[in-house]
Design a protein around this ligand. Structure first.
Ligand SMILES: *Cc1c(COP(=O)(O)O)cnc(C)c1O
Length: 365
């Protein structure tokens, strides 16, 4: 057995990676596939790296069922750069884009887009501190919008869409899927563009995956700098310049791990089991633990919750850390606690948290 210590890792991002992925990377670190060098040390134009990036793309296409008329890109700058690249590329001069605001990330995406042109709010959950999703009929769209942007899972507020919002005919749906990417099956054909920073569910920080329907590339203005230009990046196979090679290699290992596990349906079952376990602990605590989001909007990836006082919350974080449960402090804008239970978090870690919660309540409740 490995003497190496691994904690129950509830970090929100960067976050836990599957142990078999880390072990494989470790085994291949000094000599990748007989090349006598690390993936970090080889040319991004080498046949070995070409195989790495092409296999990663093929495995992603297979796992998500990405249709042939979509391009896949591995970019840099994080999801935050996509907040700007989406309007730069897809919102023609003079046009406006619609934003569904269900939490901090979609709000930030809209603010970035507003710096460069017109935006409209199709829904704003801020008045209720982002505890819920828009109800049917609450969304007001501009039928001429360049696109509709939404965030599939609000990492900070723990609000997650259960299905895609119904948008006007012909208006492409753009989605920040950073924190629940690859956590469940997705019908990619409903989207114009999906983006996700890797460091929540798909790999280490440094690479952002963008999936775009090909016809939208025709909108890209010719005067954009190459690295901000979807057309340039898509046509070069993400190799216009040096890509984040090692991060892409790690994403490739995560995708293999997901395939071995049985794909996104199997992953979804496991994720639901973990989430249900923790929500049950919250709901069964007689109000000692209180979830932030309303039940219908609850995320299976990020679970923010509060306790009777800030003192107890601080004590919880401290005591949990002693029990090797780390990363549970909530985001400063919501306060309290947050359990991020991404794909790579084992069921045993969710169970350990639930047991700790019960113990803590018994001692301090
Ligand atoms: C983490 C996160 C971001 C920001 O990602 P960066 O890679 O740090 O830019 C954006 N959106 C969502 C939903 C996130 O979870």
């Amino acid at each position: 057995m490995s003497p190496i210590k691994r904690v129950h890792n509830f970090n929100a991002g960067p976050s836990i990676l599957p142990l078999p992925v880390l072990e494989r990377a470790q085994a291949e670190l000094l000599d990748y596939a007989g090349t006598g060098m690390s993936v970090m040390e080889m040319s991004h134009r080498s046949k070995e790296f070409e195989a790495i990036i092409q296999t990663a793309e093929a495995d992603l296409r297979e796992l998500m069922g990405i249709p042939a008329n979509y391009k896949v890109m591995f970019l840099q700058g994080g999801a935050s750069l996509q907040f700007a690249m989406v309007p730069m590329n897809l919102r023609p001069a003079g046009a406006s884009a619609d934003y569904i605001v269900t939490g901090s990330w979609s709000r930030t995406a809209m603010k970035e887009a507003a710096k460069l042109g017109a935006v409209r709010t199709a829904f704003n959950g801020e008045g209720e501190n982002y505890t819920r999703l828009p109800a049917e009929g609450e969304l007001s769209f501009d039928p001429k919008a360049a696109y509709v942007h939404f965030c599939h899972n609000e990492t900070i507020h723990g609000v997650e869409f259960k299905s895609e919002p119904a948008v006007p005919e012909g208006v492409p749906l753009v989605c920040d899927m950073s924190s629940d990417f690859l956590s469940q099956p997705v019908d990619v054909s409903k989207y114009g563009l999906i983006y996700a920073g890797a460091q929540k569910n798909a790999g280490p920080a440094g690479v952002t995956i963008v999936i775009i329907r090909e016809d939208l590339l025709a909108r890209v203005p010719g005067n954009l700098p190459a690295l901000l230009n979807y057309q340039v990046m898509a046509e070069s196979g993400s190799l216009h310049n040096t890509p984040p090679c090692f991060a892409i290699y790690m994403v490739g290992l995560v995708l293999k791990w997901l395939k071995d596990l049985g794909g996104l349906n199997a992953m979804y079952e496991i994720n639901r089991e973990k989430a249900e376990m923790i929500y049950k602990a919250i709901d069964g605590s007689g109000g000692y633990y209180r979830g932030h989001a309303v039940p219908e909007a609850r995320s299976i990836m990020n679970i923010p919750f509060r306790m009777p006082s800030e003192e107890l919350e601080d004590l919880f974080v401290k005591e949990a850390k002693k029990a090797d449960l780390v990363g549970l402090k909530g985001h400063r804008s919501v306060g309290g606690l947050r359990a991020s239970i991404y794909n790579a978090l084992p069921v045993e870690s969710a169970r350990a948290l639930v047991e700790f919660m019960a113990d803590f309540q018994q001692k301090h409740g």
